[in-house]
Every structure is written in C-alpha cells, then in structure tokens.
Write a protein that binds this ligand. Sequence first.
Ligand SMILES: Nc1ncnc2c1ncn2[C@@H]1O[C@H](COP(=O)(O)OP(=O)(O)OP(=O)(O)O)[C@@H](O)[C@H]1O
Ligand SMILES: [Mg+2]
Length: 145
Amino acid sequence: MYKKILVPLDGSHRSMAAATHAVQIASKLNSKITFFHVVPNITPYGSKSGEHPGAAFKAISREFEAMGESILNDAENEFKEANVTIEKKLAWGKPEQEICDEAKVGQYDLIIIGSRGLGEIKGYLMGSVSNRVSRHAPCPVLIVR
Ligand SMILES: Nc1ncnc2c1ncn2[C@@H]1O[C@H](COP(=O)(O)OP(=O)(O)OP(=O)(O)O)[C@@H](O)[C@H]1O
Ligand SMILES: [Mg+2]
C-alpha cells in the first residue's frame, strides 16, 4: 500500500510538514518518495532597446529554476538520515496541473501535500494548489496542516 508517494514542495514550512509525514509513512511501508517542485511559468517581458530580447526573462527564469532546485536539495538534505528512497523532480508550469499530471503519468498511489504554502496570508484553511489538487488528483491526497 502507498508504494509510490508524491510530495509537492514549495519551500514553505507546511510543505516540509507534509514531507516529514511522508518520510514517516514511507519508512513504515517501504515506499518510494518523490519530492516535486513546480516552477511557475512567467511571461516573457522586460527587454529594453539595445538589450537582447527577453534577457531579463531568461535571467529571472534561471533564478526561479535555481530556487526550485535549492528547495528540493534542502529537503533532500533534511531527510538524508532517514532510511527512505527519495527522488527529486522539477517541472515547469501551473503547480496544480503539473502535480496532477505527474501523479497520473508516474502512477503514484498517494500525494502528501501541505494545506497552505508560501502565500499563507488569508484566513482560508487551504491554498489554491492544495484545494485544486485534492479535487483533481487521480489518487488519494493527504493534506497536512
Ligand atoms: N510551486 C509548487 N510546487 C510544488 N508544490 C507546491 C507549489 N505550490 C504549492 N505547493 C504545494 O501545495 C501546498 C499548498 O500550497 P498553496 O499554494 O495551495 O497555498 P498558499 O500558498 O497558502 O495559497 P495560494 O498559493 O493559493 O496563495 C504547499 O504546502 C505545497 O505542498
Ligand atoms: Mg502558493
């Protein structure tokens, strides 16, 4: 049961709480975990005359990608003592859509996600990503608060 677990991470403390939960379950059930980060798409913008078109866009894209990689690496380091197989994966696009696509294509049998994330400013119980993933995921979703 729950042999393949997808854990979407955005760098927030709640997504790390979800990761902690996933590691505990995985160590009991001998599951494989994938830490997954989605770099949100940005619109090409920001060339001035004389500059290479889209130079600012490329610079920001690279920075976003580096940020995503560092979120995944930090999480991997955090759990390196745990006796659990952890893989990392980075995708680009809409977080909720990429998470659901990955769960489907990779045939995961559980998603463990934080209830809120980096945008935690309003009083809602769930953020938009966890809300949409819980409604559209192809497998069970465990929401950690
Ligand atoms: N870009 C992302 N890549 C991977 N996982 C993500 C990403 N964004 C959010 N998540 C996952 O979804 C959980 C809930 O975050 P969500 O974005 O829904 O809440 P929020 O940031 O508080 O609200 P909102 O983004 O709607 O303002 C996070 O704890 C994390 O597990
Ligand atoms: Mg968010």
